[in-house]
Design a protein around this ligand. Structure first.
Ligand SMILES: [Zn+2]
Length: 83
């Protein structure tokens, strides 16, 4: 069965961007192109917690690195699989 994927709301993304001052939380580079909003590591089952506490502003490079370190990964269609 497929559960609905939680998305950060536009309001949460804006709040996250402001809170993190438009900079990547890891390398502190200013985000100039498309920002990535990263779900702070939570088990896939808790992925519905798309609130500001779980939101980190990351650049694309750091986002990709983070994703590689997770024990699970998201497919492009939003479903989650364990490694
Ligand atoms: Zn970065």
């Amino acid at each position: 069965m497929r559960s609905k994927r939680a998305e950060f709301s536009p309001e949460t993304k804006i709040a996250c961007f402001k809170r993190d001052k438009g900079k990547c939380r890891i390398c502190t580079k200013p985000i100039v192109t498309a920002a990535r909003y990263y779900h702070f590591p939570v088990p896939a089952e808790l992925d519905r917690l798309a609130d500001l506490d779980n939101c980190r502003l990351l650049c694309i490079v750091c986002y990709d690195k983070q994703m590689q370190h997770l024990p699970w990964r998201k497919r492009f269609d939003g479903t989650v699989e364990r490694r």
